[in-house]
Design a protein around this ligand. Structure first.
Ligand SMILES: [Zn+2]
Length: 415
């Protein structure tokens, strides 16, 4: 699935109508959630049928294109099924589905009807009951390479700096690349963005630090303004600037900054991920979800964690595109074990150097971890180790590892 995004250029009156559509989509999603909570045994099909009931009972719901209504019900269902999955897996956070509140951002998803894209891909016209009309599209050059019938979904997204259309195309992107014969393990740290199994480090991008500071500053400024009920104002009311004017201004500035940070993060992640994938045949890294529980609770939710998870998403994306194996390995013992002899060498978080008292091996802490990560990654995909030529690899992973011992000796050819 490929996604292209374009900014929608229209009048304020038109934007207000898009807002109504977004509000309606949220209303349907929330109503479906409520219906599921109040009635036992409600599943995907019942929610889908409930859409029809809603559109009869509420005229504004009827304004939304019928497939967009279905898409909203599907969103409710995906939140519910995610919750069910977490219950089955007995995850620590179950994520009970929540109602979406009225916010200054949101989205509505159209499938193949309810809009029309012009042949030159310059204009999109929404044809459902909200009558939002035609918008100029900014930044759709890439759309020209594809047929209109390849567009499976169009999502209208409201952000701090305007309205966007995302076009989801049913295309598998596959690119050829020469095998490099190289494999790499990545360890995420605090000091560096990552350290790889060859000892190379990538620094944390400086703009992330800067942004973190200014986000905090803007957040403080916002909390000083009068709350009022600025958020409950409609789009039109906000245009004539009723309510706490200062707060609206501050909030908007903060959201714009958030937007900027996420764009910078994406830019950094895309470039780095593409580079790592193109120069390796296998990339191994820690499973971040597990990592947060295991390593350091203070680390979670920080801005660099967000950068890492964006990076990981792009690694996996480019991995598929270029046919490179990507392996997320369980993080247990990756920094404790000696990457030379496999013995456990316990160390505190502040110990920066790995010194093995079994074999005398000394290496930077993160570098050692990256070597372990690569080793586990290689086993997972059915290779044997490459780090120790002697073949004497035993990482003492304990009982927590689901991995079987590697067969030693011959390296299996890549399929
Ligand atoms: Zn050792």
């Amino acid at each position: 699935m490929l996604v292209f995004e374009a900014k929608l250029k229209g009048s304020d009156e038109q934007y207000e109508k898009l807002d109504e559509a977004i509000r309606t989509a949220r209303f349907i999603r929330n109503s479906c959630l409520r219906y599921w909570m109040d009635n036992k045994g409600v599943g995907k099909y019942e929610l889908s049928a409930y859409c029809a009931v809603l559109s009869k009972d509420f005229s504004f719901a009827n304004n939304l294109n019928s497939m967009a209504r279905q898409a909203s019900a599907e969103r409710a269902w995906s939140a519910i099924s995610r919750f069910y999955d977490n219950c089955k897996k007995n995850a620590s956070k179950k994520g009970f589905p929540r109602f979406k509140k009225h916010q200054t951002h949101g989205s509505v998803e159209y499938k193949t009807t309810g809009y029309k894209l012009s042949d030159d891909r310059q204009t999109i016209t929404f044809t459902d009951g909200f009558k939002a009309g035609s918008f100029r599209l900014w930044g759709t050059r890439d759309l020209h390479f594809y047929q209109l019938n390849q567009i499976k979904r169009v999502r209208v997204v409201r952000r701090a700096d305007g309205y966007y259309a995302q076009f989801c195309l049913d295309v598998e992107r596959v690119e050829n690349r020469e095998a490099t014969g190289k494999t790499i393990g990545l360890d995420v740290g605090l000091a560096h963005f990552y350290t790889d199994s060859d000892g190379q480090t990538i620094e944390n991008p400086r703009h992330l630090r800067k942004s973190e500071k200014s986000l905090k500053r803007l957040g403080r400024k916002l909390s000083k303004t009068k709350k009022g009920d600025a958020l409950s104002l409609s789009f039109a009311e906000r245009l004539v600037e009723k309510g706490s004017k200062n707060r609206i201004k501050r909030r908007n500035r903060l959201s714009r900054k958030h937007l900027k940070v996420s764009r910078q993060r994406k830019d950094f992640a895309v470039k780095l991920a593409r580079c790592v994938i193109q120069s390796n045949d296998l990339v191994a890294y820690e499973d971040l979800m597990v990592r947060n529980m295991v390593k350091n609770r203070k680390l979670s939710k920080s801005i660099s964690d967000a950068a890492w998870s964006a990076f990981r998403d792009w690694l996996e994306y480019f991995g598929k595109v270029f046919g490179v194996a990507t392996v997320a390995v369980p993080p247990h013992y990756t920094s404790a074990n000696c990457s030379n002899c496999g013995e456990v060498v316990k160390k505190s978080l502040s110990t920066r150097t790995h010194k093995c008292h079994h074999c005398g091996f000394v290496l930077d802490r993160d570098w050692n971890a990256a070597r372990n990560i690569l080793e586990i990654g290689l086993r997972t995909v059915g290779h044997t180790g490459t780090l120790n030529a002697s073949g004497d690899i035993d990482l003492c992973l304990g009982e927590e590892t689901p991995l079987s011992k590697p067969s030693r000796g011959k390296r299996k050819p890549k399929e």
